[in-house]
Design a protein around this ligand. Sequence first.
Ligand code: PEP
Length: 249
Amino acid sequence: MAGSTRCLIAGNWKMNGTLQESLSFIHDLGENPAPEYVEVALMPPFTLLHPLAKPFAEKEVCLGAQSMYCEARGAYTGSISPVMLRDAGCHYVILGHSERRDIQHESNTLIRKKMDAAWEYGLEPILCIGEHLDDRECGKTNEVLADQLSVLEGLNAEHPLTVAYEPVWAIGTGKTASVEQVKETHAFVHAELQRLGHDCRVLYGGSVNAGNAEELLACKGVEGALVGGASLKADSFMQIIEAANSAEN
Ligand code: PEP
């Protein structure tokens, strides 16, 4: 595998969190939030990366960013670069999240440039892929996922990479994919990754919470979770980590 093989529980805070709130979150995480079998990462907003780097490191929580631009520096007002993310202590960067694809109109071409830039400057991308509800209803799920994964074509498979399958209709909606859908889609994603030469870890994302984590993480082909809403509160995030640890144990 190109990336780490440990199960990853990654929390995407999206546009949430002040310094005060994040310090309380860290306090509530307790002494040892990252157990033996699970890697834990959090992606706070950019303003919190520097102040959280040290407290996260002390709790063995890996730091990540939610997005970045594909250039190292220059006249790109409002953007953040991979060099800045490394400087702030990031290991991961989420790329291709559906909210970036849909709201900021990020294309596969741009995402591929970002993947290259992430690797050039030492970041591990978490490449998000996922179909909309109408794609699934029209039987186009695999076609959409294959198109989104095509950004990996011809890229060096030695670079660290994590993929997150996140059905867009399950993000922030409280609806999760069924166990059957998760197993079937993860099998397709793994097969497609193998065809492209990238044998990497695949996470599931989409309304994962303390109540459904165990069942989702037990599905074949699921090697962790990308968690939005339920990562904002330390207690629900910790319960998901514990579910992952027992699934791995
Ligand atoms: C996400 O934003 O990647 C996500 C999965 O969000 P939520 O867990 O809130 O559905």
